[in-house]
Design a protein around this ligand. Structure first.
Ligand code: CDP
Ligand code: CDP
Length: 207
C-alpha cells in the first residue's frame, strides 16, 4: 500500500506521515528533504539558485547531505528548495528514487507536494493536509523557537506565503490536491485527531 501525504508548508504532513508509518509498520520518505538537500548544497557552494544546470548536478549529489545536517530544517533552505524545485531537471532526477522507495513492502508513506499527482498517482490513500496560513506559521515558529533559532513570526508567515505561491504557481508538478485526495484541514485538529481521521481512511482501504 502507498499512502500519499501532500500539502502546503508546515501543514503537519511530516508529523502525520511519520505517525502513520509507525502505526502501520510502513516505510516513510520525507520527499521535501530531497529538495532541501539540493537547496542546501547550492547555498553551501555559493551557487546561483536559478542556475538550472548547477541545480541538476546537485540533484545527483543529495546522498552527500547527512539527514542530521541542521541546515536542512532552516527556513532559508526551505526557500532555496522551493526555487530549485521549480527546475524540471531537478524534479526528473529525484523522481526515480521516490518511485522505487514507494514500492517497498509492506507499504510506504511519502509526504511532499506532488506525491498524489505525479510521483504516485496510483497511491491507494491520498491525503491533502491544510490549515490556515496563520496557524501553519505559528506551528513552524514554535518549532524553530523550540530548537533555539531566533526567528520572527511575521517573517515566517511572509516566507510561508511566498513559498506556497511559488509551489502552487510552477508549471512542473505544482502543489495541488489530486482529485481523488481526501482533504484534511488540521486548523482545529491536534496530531492525535489528525491521525485518527487518517486511520479511518486507511483502515477502509486495508479492509
Ligand atoms: O511537514 P510539514 O511541513 O507539513 O509540517 P510538520 O513539520 O509535520 O509540522 C509542523 C509543526 O506543526 C510540528 O511542530 C507539529 O508538531 C505541529 N502540528 C502538526 O503537525 N499537526 C497538528 N495537527 C498540529 C500541530
Ligand atoms: O516541511 P515544509 O513544508 O516546510 O517543506 P518541505 O516539505 O521540506 O519542502 C521544501 C520545498 O521542497 C517545498 O517548498 C517545495 O518547493 C519542494 N518540494 C517539492 O517541490 N516537491 C515535493 N514532493 C516535496 C517538496
Amino acid at each position: 500500500m502507498i499512502i500519499a501525504v501532500d500539502g502546503p508548508v508546515a501543514a503537519g504532513k511530516g508529523t502525520l506521515a511519520r505517525r502513520i508509518a509507525e502505526k502501520y509498520g510502513f516505510h516513510y520518505l520525507d520527499t521535501g528533504a530531497l529538495y532541501r538537500a539540493v537547496g542546501l548544497l547550492m547555498l553551501k557552494e555559493g551557487q546561483d539558485l536559478s542556475d538550472v544546470e548547477a541545480a541538476a548536478n546537485m540533484a545527483a549529489r543529495v546522498g552527500e547531505v547527512s539527514p542530521e545536517d541542521p541546515g536542512l530544517r532552516e527556513e532559508s533552505t526551505g526557500g532555496a528548495a522551493s526555487i530549485v524545485a521549480n527546475n524540471s531537471e531537478v524534479r526528473a532526477a529525484l523522481l526515480q528514487y521516490q518511485r522505487n522507495f514507494a514500492h517497498r513492502k509492506p507499504g510506504t508513506v511519502l509526504d511532499g507536494r506532488d506525491i498524489g499527482t505525479v510521483v504516485c498517482p496510483e497511491a491507494e490513500v491520498k491525503l491533502f493536509i491544510t490549515a490556515t496560513a496563520e496557524i501553519r506559521a505559528r506551528r513552524r515558529f514554535d518549532e524553530l523557537i523550540a530548537k533555539g533559532n531566533s526567528v520572527s513570526y511575521h517573517d515566517i508567515l511572509a516566507d510561508l506565503k511566498i513559498r506556497d505561491a511559488r509551489d502552487q504557481g510552477r508549471t512542473t508538478a505544482p502543489l495541488k490536491k489530486a482529485i481523488d485526495a481526501h482533504l484534511l484541514d488540521t486548523s482545529k485538529l491536534d496530531i492525535e485527531a489528525a491521525l485518527n481521521a487518517a486511520s479511518v481512511l486507511i483502515d477502509n482501504r486495508l479492509g
